[in-house]
Design a protein around this ligand. Sequence first.
Ligand SMILES: *Cc1c(COP(=O)(O)O)cnc(C)c1O
Length: 382
Amino acid sequence: MMFQEKGQLRIPGPTPVPGRALRAMAKPMVNHRGPEFRDLLKGLTDRVKRVFKTQNDVIFLTASGTGAMEACVSNILSPQDKVVVTVAGYFGERFAKICEGYGAQVIRVKSEPGRPVEPSSIEERLASSPGVKAVFVTHNETSTGVQNDLEGISRVARGHGALVVVDAVSSLGAVRLETDEWGLDVVATASQKALMVPPGLSVVSVSQRAWEAIRSSRAPRFYFDLEKAKASLEKGETPFTPAISIFYALDETLGMIEQEGLENIFLRHERVTRMLRRGVRALGLELLAEDHCASKTVTAVRAPAGIDADALRRLANRQYGVVMAGGQGELSGKIFRIGHMGYVDFMDVIGVVAVLELCLSQMGYPVKLGAGVAACEEVLLS
Ligand SMILES: *Cc1c(COP(=O)(O)O)cnc(C)c1O
C-alpha cells in the first residue's frame, strides 16, 4: 500500500529519516582506521558537541540508547555504590534496573504516571541518605510524555556532591539541554530520535568530574569502556568497528540541524506540541501529562471510555498508514502515544489529528469532523 511506503511513523523512535540521510547511507564502506573515517569522526565529534552544548569529551558508541545507558552505569559505578534514580515511567525504571544489574544500591524517586519527578523530592531523598554517588535522571520520560526539570534536579544533585547522569535519548536535539551550563556530568543520547538517523549509534558526553569517577570505578566493562574509547578517539578511531553508514547519515542530519539552528528547532518542537495538544483536546480527549511538564517530543493521550487504544492504533495504521505507539507497562491499552521529534513539521501534526478524527468517528466515538484540525490551525495562525 502507498501509505506504508510513505512510512508515517508517529512513534517516539525510530523517527523518520530524511531522504538525504538515507541516500548518504548508500555510500561505500571505508577503512575505519583510514584517513577518511578519521576526518569524519573528528568532524562529527566537534559538531555533535555543539548540539550537546558542551566542551566535555563526547564519545560515540555502536549501540542503541540502552547501550549508552549501560555505559553510563558500568563506567561510573562500583558494586554497592548508592545512587538515586528518577522514575517517572518505564525508562527511568530501566536506568534503575541497569544500576541494580551492576550491584548498586538504588534509591528510586518515583512519580505518578503523567507527572514529573520534582527536584524537591530529590532534595528530600539526598538530604536523608548521605553518600549518594550519582543521580540518574531521565530528561524526557518517553513512556508517559513527561519532561523532568533537569536543570532543577541537577542543581539539587550537585548541591549534595553527586554526579548527574542523564538519559537524554528522547530530548537532546529537540529541546533545550545545556550540558555545561547545567553541570551535567554524563549525558547519553541515541541516533534514532531527534538526531533523525537510523538506530545503531549512541553518544555520551563525559565531564572532568565524571572521568575522575570513571578512573576509580570497579564495575566490570569491556565493549563500553569509555576510557578505551577516549584513547582511541585521540588517534581518530573507535576501539571497535563503528556503524559507518550511520555516521554518513549523521553527517547529513547535523548539517540540517546547523542550517535550521538549535533555537529554531526548539521553537518548532514547542509549536508542534502546542498544536497537537490543542487538536487532541478539541476532540474531547484527555492528555496524560499536564501542560507545565508536557514532553515536547512525545504526547501520551488517554483513550476515551469505550475505545480501546490498541484497536484505534490498528485502524489508524491499516486504513491511513499512520503508526502510533501504545502504552507501556501498566499503561498498556489505556493510552496511545504520538511521537513528534526530529524530522517532523506542522503538516505531520495536522495529518495525525485528522486521522484521529476519522478513526474515532469510525469507531463510534462522537467527534465533530474538522474540530481537531481547526484547533491545530488556530495555533499555527496565532
Ligand atoms: C528510546 C529511548 C531509550 C533507548 O532505547 P533503545 O531502544 O535502547 O534505543 C532510552 N531512554 C529513553 C527516554 C528513550 O526514549
